[in-house]
Design a protein. Structure first.
Length: 56
């Protein structure tokens, strides 16, 4: 018996984060164990989600 792929596979949308201090995309952010904040690995600044950035 062969396994068939699901007809509606759940694909997790990858969320991109941006560091306003480094002015760069953070591809490997850290998550605070206490408050679950997503922070920049380089400078420690809280990151912004790419969908929250003000465009225009």
């Amino acid at each position: 018996m062969t396994k068939t792929p699901d007809s509606s596979p759940e694909q997790k949308a990858e969320v991109l984060f941006y560091c306003p201090n480094c002015a760069a995309e953070a591809s490997d952010p850290l998550t605070c164990g206490d408050c679950s904040a997503v922070i920049c690995r380089r400078c420690g600044t809280p990151l912004e989600s790419s969908d929250e950035l003000g465009m225009g």
